[in-house]
Structures are given as C-alpha cells and as structure tokens.
Write a protein that binds this ligand. Structure first.
Ligand code: FRU
Length: 283
C-alpha cells in the first residue's frame, strides 16, 4: 500500500515538473566564434535543458564574421525566438541588429562580450579588466619588476580585447622596469598569434615575457618562438581550459607559465534567461 502511495506521489511530482502549461521557450544562442571555450559553454547550456525541459535551444556560430552574425540574429528574430543570448563579435559592428530584436520586444542577454548600445536586457560575463590587470601584475612579479614584455591582443574591436589591454597596461605601469616592447592584434586565433610573434621576433627584439590575451594565441606565439630558436621566453595566457591542447595542459607540461581561468558558466547564463522569461527577479 505504502509503495503505491510513493509511486503516486512520484507521478504527481513528475507531472508537476513537466506540465508548465505546455509552453516551450525557444532561445536563440548567437556565438561569435567556434572554439573549445565556446563549445564548453554551449554544452553547459545544453546540459541545463535536461533540467528545464520547457526550453529549446537554437545555436548559430558566426566564425568571427560580423556580417554572418548579424544575419544569424535576424534569422532568429524572423523565426520568432522568445529570447536571444548573444556574444557579439565586436563592440560596434552588430549593435543595430541587436537593437532591432530588442525593439521588437525580444529580451536580449549579452554574454562575455559587449556592444556600444544600451538596448539589451542583461549582461553576464567575467570581468575582463580584472583578468588583464591580474595577468599584468603576475607577469611583473614573475620578472621581479624588470624585463621586456609583449602583449598579443584578441580582436581589436571586441570588448574583452579592449578591457584586458586596459587592465594589463594599468598593472604594468606600476612597474617602471617593465617595458612593453611590442603589441599586436591577432583576432583570438592561434595562427595569427604565431604570425604576430613571428613579426616581432623577426625584427630582432629581445622578449622576456609574452602576455597573450587567450591561450590559443599563446600557443601560436610559442610555436613561432620555437621556429626562431628562442629559449627562455616565458608566456602566459587566458582561458585555462581543462581539455587536450587547452591552457591547463600547457601549464602542466611547462610550455606556458600560467593561464587565467576565464569561466564559461553556461548554467548561470541559462538561469538568467529563465528568470527573464519567467518574469522573476534578475540582475
Ligand atoms: C573564445 C574566446 C576566448 C576568449 C573569449 C573572449 O571565443 O576567444 O578565447 O577568452 O573569446 O571573448
């Protein structure tokens, strides 16, 4: 008898969890790029759909192409998504299409990267100024306040590249013995990180430490240094992904000196989306 009671209770609970008056929320996720950091984030978003079966996710990746990202967002709007989650490739390039979606009443969550518009519902992401600042202070300390440093930045118009650079420069400016002898923009990409480092080393510049704004560019810079037969140049990056070829592996194997943990937290992004959709409080 007792077990029937528990079975009935379980069935009741399950119906209560799934009923939700049948409404499914369709969320369009517009990623600026395709790489292991974003794959991890996408998987975390997908994982949340197993806990919230009233959510359907649609993904689009723009492969670092502003125009393609604008098209993909317009398509989501036409398809009538209930909410947009967007990581905008650059600050100025896709604001207008995001504005249009917002003006149509579609809630917009910006995550990881920002735009120059105030038309969004919420922003969620780590503090990129702090990431750059922490890395600048770390590198200056590792060099005991003296040495030549190169910064390899991400995509010039993307907000994390701008904020990481500001934080980094503010931190190293407190160390008069640290000279920033080179800076290149490498679009967050490994091959471009390699090309950037190549061009600096080809000029005969002595470099003690490289700050790459992400691990992919750090690995590219390392490969360039190896090609130039340079030994003893130290390097640190950002992302610290625990996957083959990621920052954690490179630090463990002594190829990189450090990587800053740049969290993905798809679970929090999804919670924010649900709070907005269900009209609950959110920041
Ligand atoms: C992934 C990525 C990361 C970087 C972040 C900045 O697409 O390039 O490597 O930390 O974007 O937005």
């Amino acid at each position: 008898m007792r077990q029937y009671f528990y079975l009935a209770l379980l069935a009741l609970l399950l119906t209560a969890c799934t009923a939700d008056n049948g409404k499914k929320y369709v969320i369009g996720v517009s990623q600026c790029s395709e790489d292991i950091w974003r794959d991890k984030l996408n998987s975390e978003l997908v994982m949340s759909t197993y806990q919230h079966d009233n959510v359907v996710l649609k993904f689009a990746s723009a492969n670092d192409d502003d125009r393609l990202q604008a098209k993909q967002i317009s398509r989501f709007v036409k398809e009538g998504v209930d909410l947009l989650i967007v990581s905008p490739n650059q600050i100025h390039t896709i604001s207008s299409v995001i504005d249009k979606a917002y003006d149509r009443g579609i809630p917009v969550i910006l995550f990881d990267r920002k735009t120059d518009s105030k038309k969004y519902t919420a922003f969620i992401g780590a503090d990129n100024y702090e990431a750059g600042h922490d890395m600048g202070a770390f590198i200056a300390r590792q060099l005991k306040g003296k040495g030549n440093v190169v910064e390899i930045c991400g995509l010039e118009g993307s907000s994390p590249a701008i904020e990481r650079n500001r934080g980094f420069m503010d931190a190293v400016s407190g160390f008069p013995g640290i000279r920033v002898v080179g800076r290149r923009y490498a679009g967050w990409l490994k091959d471009r990180g390699a090309a950037a480092m190549d061009s600096i080393l080809a000029g005969g510049q002595h470099v003690d430490y490289v700050f790459a704004q992400n691990d992919r560019m750090a690995v590219g810079a390392l490969q360039a240094a190896e090609r130039h037969g340079i030994r003893g140049m130290r390097i640190a990056g950002i992302d610290a992904l625990p996957v083959p070829g990621g920052g954690m592996e490179n630090v463990r194997d002594g190829r990189m000196e450090a990587s800053y943990i740049y969290p993905t937290r798809g679970d929090l992004v999804m919670q924010l989306a649900l709070n907005i959709l269900e009209k609950k409080p959110y920041k």
